[in-house]
Design a protein. Sequence first.
Length: 67
Amino acid sequence: MQLLSRADKMVLGMAVWLCTLPLAFAIAIFFGLAAGFVTALWLLVVITALCWVLCGSQIMRRHLRQH
């Protein structure tokens, strides 16, 4: 049984990213606005890539089981 759909996982990933924004804000305070922006963008890319990898691996496993 699948607990979360793919869209739910992506929404959860975006919620996690939103929760990491205070960290980017703290970095912006101490190291400058550019560093905070780069940190926020880097976290968004990493979390999104992680979501895609996890969803893609589940799809591949499901596809391989059917054949």
